[in-house]
Write a new protein. Structure first.
Length: 568
């Protein structure tokens, strides 16, 4: 019986050998046929093509991972989903440097130029600057000045009477608040007067959208900053990062402010710098570098979700900013010991950061962000005023890449040019009357309002990184997807705190549990005892919405009890 079984096994082995031999004989024929077919299809290469040999060091791998994430952001089809994608890595938000208009530290102009990659130039002769405007006919300019001069004067006198009547106790108000209230009233009336006087000759003023006290918020990443001690110490404790402990790293900037007034148009303003002038390696190297931590100047950091809000929601037809009126009330609390030169530099710094941030928000609504650069320049006009003193600035945004190695390698530069302080009127008498109006201020105002936005771009050129079928979440046909993404996007943009506080290590825990192991018998329930890093929690790590049995689409017995999520 055993011999019979052995014979069966031997016969089976013999058949397997024959089959394998047949396959080995037929394999070269198949290979030669495949080679011929490839050669006939003109896909045959005379030289072997090998894949690229990649650097496997830690630094190179992290660089490839970062670039892959930036490419994923670029491929996201809609504006709102791009911002959700950027916020995905942090459930509790990022650590950002707060930039605003309430406090500008001493000698902050070099830092702001570094953070925004901006080259600044003064317009010293203001009269020549007005002559270089689009109003080629100086006689027409003077006609406009004479037309609006008396109306502007009446508007300021009206504002002064209204301010004195509505705010009789101005001495009890803070200097910043008093100046901001008065300046906002003057700006509203001056804007109304100029639009009424000029809109008959300039059609774009009739089509403009005016935002009062809008939200202007912008986020971007800045490289080339020296790491603080805690970052250096953390990297030194890891063998694979020890050599990179003192290398510059990126800091996230978050600008948040509410200007007095902003005017938006459907088309773009014409750039005043050509592409060749904007791409200049020598000029890029001449921009000041501020490598120190922003907190050394006095800036404050906090944790929040990063936001890009240019004063309106996605989908508005007027997506390009024309003019914005910014406050200069921060000078009221600025010590006089800083000097007049620092006061001028503070105004320039505020104009640069406000213009850059507003254009950054507009660029984000066209599909660009701090990781995906612009493909065309964007321009805006900024006015800083307290009602009596006025400064005029023009800004051209050419690039958004300021992070990591781009701070050294990017050849593109942003430009800003501005005037010195101009006084609209000298003083107001006790009767509420003002003296003569400075016509040079009116010329600059008219020049800004009559700067016609004339650049129109095709959809593919205007929004190259947005989807062809869906550019906003409102374009999705799935109602659940639209509702989920809109709720998530607006919740992130509102920056409301989480319903549970951010986990923290209390001081007694640091002393008795971490530094000194004095409580070994106590139950380990805290996150640091369970080796959990709360900052590594991503945006999609949360409990999903429950679907009650009675309303489940597939019936009450369906096991799909959680609503789907649509994170990008």
């Amino acid at each position: 019986m055993k011999m019979l079984r052995l014979g069966v096994k031997l016969e089976a082995c013999r058949k397997l050998q024959v089959l394998s031999a047949q396959r080995s004989i037929s394999t070269p024929r198949l290979q030669s046929t495949a080679v011929k077919s490839i050669h006939n299809d003109s896909e045959y290469a005379d030289e072997a093509i090998y894949p690229e040999i990649q650097d496997l060091s830690f630094k190179a791998r992290k660089k490839r991972e970062t670039q892959s994430w930036h490419d994923e952001i670029r491929k996201v089809p809609t504006v709102e989903e791009k911002m959700i994608k950027i916020n995905m890595p942090r459930y509790y938000g990022f650590k950002v440097v707060n930039l605003n208009d309430t406090k500008l530290p001493y000698n902050c102009l070099p830092a702001i130029q570094h953070y925004t990659r901006t080259f600044y130039e003064d317009i010293k002769n203001t009269e020549n600057a007005v002559e270089d405007s689009k109003l080629s006919d100086n006689q027409k300019l003077e006609e406009h000045v004479n037309l609006v001069k008396s109306d502007v004067k009446d508007a300021i006198e009206y504002v002064y009477d209204y301010f004195c009547h509505e705010y009789p106790d101005t001495k009890n108000m803070e200097p910043q608040e008093r100046e901001s209230v008065f300046a906002s009233l003057v700006v509203e009336q001056v804007n109304r007067t100029l639009i009424n006087g000029l809109s008959s000759d300039y059609m774009h003023l009739q089509e403009a959208e005016i935002d009062y006290s809008p939200r202007h918020e912008a986020f971007w990443s800045v490289g080339g900053i020296n790491p603080p001690k805690n970052v250096v110490k953390s990297k030194e404790g890891r063998k694979w990062q020890k050599e990179m402990a003192n290398e510059p790293y990126d800091r996230l900037m978050q600008y948040s402010v509410k200007p007095f007034l902003a005017i938006r148009q459907r088309n773009q303003l014409k750039p005043w710098k050509s592409e060749s002038e904007s791409t200049n390696v020598d000029l890029a190297k001449s921009i000041p570098r501020f490598n120190y931590d922003p907190r050394t100047l006095g800036y404050v950091c906090n944790h929040q979700h990063v936001t890009n809000v240019p004063g309106f929601w996605p989908g508005s037809p007027n997506i390009f900013g024309n003019i914005s009126y910014q406050s200069r009330a921060f000078l009221q609390i600025r010590p006089e010991s800083y000097g007049a030169e620092d006061f001028r530099e503070a105004l320039h710094a505020h104009a640069i950061q406000s213009s850059y941030a507003w254009l950054m928000g507009q660029a984000s609504f066209n599909g660009f962000n701090t990781y995906n650069d612009l493909t065309y320049p964007m321009n805006t006009q900024t006015i800083l005023t307290n009602g009596r003193d006025w400064s005029f600035y023009e800004y051209q945004l050419n690039t958004l890449l300021v992070h990591s190695h781009h701070v050294d390698d990017n050849p593109k530069v942003n430009f800003c040019r501005g005037t010195a302080d101009l006084t609209l009127y000298n003083e107001i008498s006790d009767t509420g009357k003002i003296g003569d109006i400075n016509e040079n201020v009116l010329r600059h105002l008219i020049r800004f309002y009559t700067n016609v936005p004339e650049i129109q771009r095709s959809t593919s050129e205007l929004q190259p990184y947005l989807g062809s079928d869906a550019k906003y979440i409102a374009d999705y046909k799935n109602p659940d997807q639209r509702e989920f993404l809109e709720r998530t996007y607006k919740n992130l943009m509102s920056n409301r705190p989480r319903h549970l506080a951010i986990p923290e290590i209390y001081l007694w825990e640091k002393i008795y549990k971490i530094d000194n192991k004095t409580r070994p018998m106590e139950a380990k329930r805290r996150f640091f005892e369970l080796d959990i890093n709360p900052w590594s929690r991503t945006l999609d790590q949360h409990q999903k919405d429950y679907i009650p049995r009675a309303v489940r689409p597939e019936g009450p017995k369906s096991k799909k009890k959680w609503k789907p999520t649509f994170y990008p």
